[in-house]
Design a binder for this molecule. Structure first.
Ligand code: ADP
Length: 562
């Protein structure tokens, strides 16, 4: 049996059922495929004869030696035509044909009965009643048999082609249908999602036309402005805009209609209750559709906060101006008071001194004590006023900064403090070289004097003061350190000691006015620097001041006599 490539309708349908239509066999290929022809005869010689005659057709010839075998083949294969011998033992051709016709699959398969001439009449009529399409008489004329069979082969092939075409069309239609359905489903899904976004958005979304009307709005508009969607659609949206923002809005609308890119603008919109809310609009035009897609956000709270901040800033500036004025007044007041108070103080001091020196014999011991107290208090008050005067002067005067040779400045200050240094047998060590810096020389000298006085003064009784001085050079600043081995300062006091009149000890323990470090801070800050201290009680203190470095005039020598 020849199992060369044959085509059956099922095979074609299976191939075409594949959704990838490109995989379907081309209809033309069916033309080239061999078809099956079933030859049924109990005699081998007759089968061979039939085979010999039909082999020229170059189709697939299947030989069955009995009706039963033929039926078996029919269970698994389709045939273009069946050549069926009528006279066969057991099951003759008619019985076989009857069973063939009973099977749905083969009920229309053409059957050509082969019968002998003597049986012709009765057989022909019986054959036709069983659905035979033709009959052939033996002995067979090869050319006739070939012609008849090839007609059925052609017919079969054509039928298969038509079936294949139909199946292909069906598949194409089905695929198209499936695609359309999928597209529609996708569209619906996307639309549902979009609508969900549109409706759930807490921002204001809308589509407006070029005539100035809203076409579609999400529910947030109702919530924000108080109008119903229908009311909003009924009026040109320009009417909602605050009169002061109308011109800008008209300008924006015109630009959008000229297809300008997406723009952002802010304006106030009237609510149904007459109040106004600020909206920040982002709008994109679609000129072809004459539509504008709008995304807006209620920015009223932000605008109010901005307004509040603007207002507060204005107030703050005003307060700063006022405070600066008050400060200036206070400083000049302090200055004049300190200045004017010194004259009567000096008379008190000198008269108390005169009492003690010139009239000591006329007054009692108690009187002398009173006079001494007056003298000391007046002297203390004079020092205090002098410090205050220095402080106020510092706050008021213009400080021109010049490159300073720190070494020379320090030497001069130490020379002035020589008595204090000698009295306490203090050791002062300067770690050279010292970086030069930008400063106002008199102020710097005052600062150095105060720091060095304190370093000598705040010492445990009986201890030798050891003072170290050095500089650290930063990128733009020079830090000058003054370190002592004195009583130190607790952490919690390290900030407040730079304030006016801040003292940590009684006058009796460590005399002073509490103005020295305030002068240090004020002076350093007025020269654009900073001041600070590192200290622990009992372990000494390190005060530092930071001033701008004299970058370009590193080697400038200052004139210490200035
Ligand atoms: P005064 O020296 O007149 O008391 P200052 O303003 O110079 O005032 O100093 C304020 C306070 O800071 C001082 O009373 C002292 O308690 C503390 N202080 C300043 N310098 C030192 C120092 N080098 N060591 C310890 N304490 C200091």
């Amino acid at each position: 049996m020849n199992f060369e490539k044959t085509v059956s309708p099922q095979a074609s349908v299976q191939a075409w059922a594949d959704p990838a239509l490109s995989n379907l066999p081309a209809v033309e290929s069916l033309e080239r495929a061999k078809v099956n022809i079933l030859l049924v005869d109990d005699r081998q010689d007759k089968l061979l004869a039939l085979e010999a005659v039909l082999s020229g057709l170059n189709e697939n010839l299947v030989k069955a030696h009995s009706g039963k075998e033929a039926l078996r083949y029919l269970l698994h294969q389709d045939f273009a035509v069946i050549l069926l011998d009528v006279s066969m033992p057991e099951m003759d051709g008619f019985q076989t044909a009857a069973l063939i016709r009973k099977r749905v699959h083969s009920e229309h398969t053409p059957i050509i009965f082969i019968t002998s001439i003597q049986d012709t009449q009765s057989h022909i009529s019986k054959g036709y009643s069983l659905g035979a399409v033709d009959y052939m008489l033996t002995p067979i004329v090869p050319a006739v048999l070939q012609t008849k069979v090839s007609v059925f082969v052609d017919l079969y092939r054509k039928t298969e082609q038509v079936k294949a075409q139909a199946e292909r069309l069906r598949q194409i239609e089905e695929a198209q249908h499936r695609r359309q359905l999928a597209e529609a489903t996708d569209r619906l899904e996307a639309e549902t999602k979009r609508n969900r976004f549109f409706n759930l958005s807490i921002d204001l979304l809308a589509i407006a036309d070029f005539d100035g009307y809203f076409r579609q709005l999400n529910p947030t508009w109702e919530k924000t402005l108080g109008y119903t969607t229908e009311e909003l659609k009924a009026i040109p949206f320009q009417q909602l805009v605050h009169p002061d923002d109308q011109a800008a809005m008209t300008d924006q609308c015109q630009r959008l209609q000229q297809d300008s890119p997406t723009t952002y603008f802010e304006n106030r919109c009237r609510c149904k209750d007459g109040s106004f809310r600020w909206l920040g609009w982002t709008a994109a035009p679609f000129v072809a559709e004459r539509l504008v897609y709008i995304f807006a956000r209620d920015i009223t709270a932000r605008k109010q906060a901005e307004e509040e901040i603007r207002h507060l800033n204005k107030e703050l500036k005003q307060r700063v101006v006022e405070l600066t004025d008050v400060n200036k007044e206070l400083e000049s007041f302090t200055y004049s008071i300190s200045h004017d108070l010194r004259a009567p103080l000096r008379s008190m001091q000198s008269f108390a001194g005169a009492l003690l020196e010139e009239c000591s014999e006329q007054i009692s011991a108690e009187g002398k004590d009173f006079a001494r107290r007056i003298f000391n208090s007046a002297r203390y008050m004079d020092t205090l006023l002098q410090d205050l005067l220095n402080y106020s002067r510092l706050a008021q005067s213009e400080l021109d900064l010049l490159p300073i040779n720190l070494d020379a400045a320090l030497t001069e200050v130490l020379a002035q403090l020589d008595k204090e240094v000698q009295d306490k047998q203090a050791q002062v060590e300067i770690q050279r070289p010292l970086s030069s810096l930008l400063a106002h020389l008199p102020t710097l000298k005052q600062i150095l004097t105060n720091l060095l006085c304190n370093a000598v003064k705040f010492m445990e009784p009986g201890r030798t003061p050891r003072i170290q001085i050095w500089t650290d050079r930063g990128t733009n600043m020079v830090r000058l350190w003054v370190e002592d081995n004195g009583i130190g300062i607790a952490n919690e006091h390290q900030e407040r000691i730079f304030g006016l009149f801040q003292r940590l000890h009684t006058y009796q323990t460590y005399p002073g006015t509490g103005v020295g470090l305030a002068i240090v801070r004020k002076g350093v800050e007025r020269m654009g620097g900073r001041v600070g201290v590192e200290s622990r009680p009992g372990e000494g203190s390190r005060f530092w001041i930071e001033l701008p470095t004299a970058i370009r005039t590193e080697h400038a020598q200052h004139d210490s006599s200035r």
